[in-house]
Write a protein that binds this ligand. Structure first.
Ligand code: MOS
Length: 707
């Protein structure tokens, strides 16, 4: 570990428990749906039961007569909102959250009404009693690789990148892999469901929410309701998980409408079932990868095509070919992201959007190529380390993938591996090991911070950061302490308040880096202003920072975190059961601020990878267009028994272009993890699984090797 150059005792790099940990385990920390308000009313969303059509009528009269019911909002009476503006986080208008504006139903689970009552129970009872009549139309929810309405789509970069003559290079290759891979629809399922309370207070709209960025939500609400941005105040102090799902969604918009209509505070919380329709999700993908290589493993051809789906409401792309654009180069290098619009809800960012499913296809194909060439999979990757970004042509800033692969191989015991598949057994179990590489973008986004020297010798940091369970608040406390050259217990970090000014959201693995930069800048200036032996006035001394100029001055480079994933699995050929026995990841992800919570981020990502490889799959009923079993009983995720030994390590990877040396750790942990498991299943059984999840029935149907 490196130490902070200017630090007195250097909190950064040492393990710290969460500064709000005691509040969380004692229940003192309140989540969005638990904060009391005087005169609070409760809204309950009513979701459509048809996948396509129009609302003909809503029988509101009997519901309005039910106990405690205050109002029923729907397209016929709800306040109008503005939708013709590019979203804060997008480039085109996104009407996904503009609820109750028209009678069209674009998917099962579209909000058609909000019932508001004095109690949550009354609201629920009334909402479930509301009869809605639809004019139903035929729907199409069938996601297929050859869907006739699929089209190339930009998003997270251009739809198409092309270099060289692909067919010529494939023909000249000593070994070729041409394979199709699929990943299913997956859902974030953060433990804390989405919840928001809205009220008008002294002419300002105040929203208490659970989100990944209060200013993001505030700006979208200001746009939707045509309010001055300064008239919207959003707070979000504790967040029980987000993973990309906690932006602006229907519940906040509905709560604001009801608070406006009733002129009293209104809370709208999603149920777990409603989250499957309203919180966004990861699109399924259908991918084709073609690789061609010389006998020594050098790539001549790389093609990666990824098809994802979106709703008829908004074009959201899951950019699965993204990893191929930065991981490996080839003489001919082609990538494509395409999309098809179906009668389903709008997908959204979900932990490592693009990279998570894309790396499954790419890193599985690499394993297949290694098998064909008879080259060790790690060696094959080392031989294909590019000099520059394969698509951008830019130099890499600290590409430490080789170090991860070598250190991972050493720790995992890769050298002892027999490359032949299906030869290791432990009783009835077939054993195998697999590996995969990982990368995720390491960026920083302009942010502002305020640091105050208080008269009592403590410091207060105000920054519009979000701690969605990552430990960001603690990491920022440590960064601030080092920047101020004081002990962490003299620093108080306040986050999650849109009044604190612009700052990066908790997303894209860029939060801690972006926020730390702003804190560092403000703290440095504050230290200059504090004269030794001088006194601090009662109101304190506050310095504000803005990193726009500093970040704008960064040289254009390929900037990424990296990782190497290793898995050992046991497969029971009689039942088709796959058990992960151990998993090990080594990451190069910049300077690690807090090893305790960083390890949790990495292993959390890896466990998501195990879950993606073996368990997760949201299934829709083609007849209704809705989900089967939209709950945590039917939507399987890896549980404790599924993750016996998961280890994360890191190599020294101080980013010289960041004032604290940080890159980002939130998402790289899932990248490649599912491929490592799938590659291990191949090694155990000799059978290649290209469709996730690797369910027992798929293992059984694929057959077992002769033994
Ligand atoms: Mo993440 S998908 O950037 O919240």
């Amino acid at each position: 570990m490196t130490t902070a150059p200017a630090a007195r005792r250097g909190a950064v790099g040492t393990a710290h428990t969460r500064v709000e940990g005691r509040d969380k385990v004692t229940g003192a920390a309140r989540y969005a749906a638990e904060i009391p308000f005087t005169g609070l009313a409760y809204g309950w969303l009513v979701l459509s039961t048809v996948a396509r059509g129009r609302i003909r009528a809503l029988d509101t009269a009997p519901v309005l007569a039910m106990p405690g019911v205050l109002t029923v909002l729907h397209h016929g009476n709800a306040p109008r909102v503005e939708t013709d503006y590019p979203g804060v986080m997008g480039t085109k208008p996104d009407p996904t959250t503009a609820v109750f504006q028209h009678d069209r139903v674009p998917h099962v689970g579209w909000p058609v009404a909000l019932v508001v009552a004095e109690t949550s129970e009354q609201a629920r009872e009334a909402a479930e009693s509301l009869v809605v009549h639809y004019d139903q139309e035929p729907h199409d929810i069938a996601f297929t690789a050859d869907h006739p309405r699929a089209y190339p789509a930009d998003g997270f970069g251009p739809a198409v990148t092309e270099k060289g003559d692909l067919e010529a290079e494939l023909s000249a290759s000593a070994a070729v892999v041409d394979a199709e891979y699929t990943t299913p629809e997956e859902h974030h399922n953060p433990m804390e469901p989405h919840a928001a309370t809205a009220r008008w207070e002294d002419g300002r709209l105040e929203v208490v929410d659970s989100n990944q960025g209060t200013l993001w939500v505030a700006a979208e609400l200001a746009n939707l309701f045509s309010l001055d941005p300064s008239a919207v105040h959003v707070r979000s102090e504790h967040v029980g998980g987000g993973f990309g799902s906690k932006g602006v969604r229907a519940h906040q918009v509905a709560a604001v409408m009801a608070a406006t209509a009733l002129q009293r505070p209104v809370r709208v919380a999603m149920t777990r079932r409603q989250m499957f329709s309203l919180a966004g999700y990861r699109s399924p993908t259908s991918q084709r990868v073609r690789l061609g290589a010389d006998a020594d493993g050098r790539l001549r051809a790389l093609e990666h095509r990824c098809l994802s789906l979106t709703s008829t409401v908004y074009e959201f792309i899951e950019p699965g070919s993204g990893p191929s654009r930065v991981m490996y180069d080839a003489d001919a290098h082609h990538t494509l992201n395409s999309i098809v619009r179906l009668d389903v809800g709008t997908p959204t960012w979900m932990r490592a959007p693009g990279e998570a499913p894309g790396s499954f296809a790419l890193e599985s194909a690499f394993d297949e190529l290694a098998e064909k060439l008879g080259v060790d999979p790690i060696e094959l990757r080392l031989r294909n380390e590019p000099e520059r970004g394969p698509v951008s042509g830019l130099p890499f800033a600290g590409r430490n993938l080789s170090a991860c692969l070598r250190e991972g191989a050493r720790r995992f015991g890769w050298a002892d591996r027999d490359p032949r598949p299906g030869v290791r057994r432990d009783g009835r179990w077939l054993l195998g090991t697999g590996t995969a590489a990982a990368s995720f973008g390491a960026g920083a986004v302009p942010s502002t911070a305020a640091v105050t020297a208080e008269a009592d010798g403590t410091f207060t940091v105000r920054i519009n950061a979000a701690d969605i369970g990552t430990g960001a608040r603690t990491a920022l406390t440590m960064v601030a302490a080092d920047a101020l050259d004081v002990a962490p217990d003299r620093v108080r970090v306040r986050i999650g308040d849109s009044d604190f000014g612009p700052a990066m959201i908790a997303g894209g693995s860029m939060g801690t880096r972006s926020w730390s930069w702003a804190i560092n800048l403000a703290a440095a200036e504050l230290r200059e202003r504090l004269t030794p032996g001088g006194t601090v006035p009662p109101e304190g001394i506050t310095v504000r920072s803005d990193t726009t100029a500093a970040i704008g001055a960064l040289a254009q480079k390929e900037r990424h975190s990296y990782g190497a994933q290793f898995a050992e699995v046991a497969v029971d050929p009689a039942t088709g059961e796959v058990r992960v026995r151990r998993m090990l990841g080594v990451f190069a992800a910049g300077r690690i601020v807090n090893p305790l919570t960083a390890r949790s981020q990495f292993t959390g990502g890896m466990i998501w990878g195990i879950s993606m490889a073996l368990h997760e799959e949201a299934v829709r009923d083609r007849a209704t267009g809705g989900h089967y079993g939209a709950d945590l009983a039917s939507y399987h995720v890896a549980a404790h028994a599924d993750v016996p030994a998961v280890e994360a390590h890191w190599v020294d990877d101080h980013d010289p272009d960041d004032p604290v040396g940080i890159k980002g750790i939130g998402e790289v942990g899932i990248v490649g993890a599912a491929a490592a498991v799938a590659n291990a299943v191949w090694h155990a059984t000799g059978v290649r699984h290209r469709h996730l999840p690797i369910r027992p029935d798929r293992v059984l149907l694929a057959g077992a090797p002769d033994a």
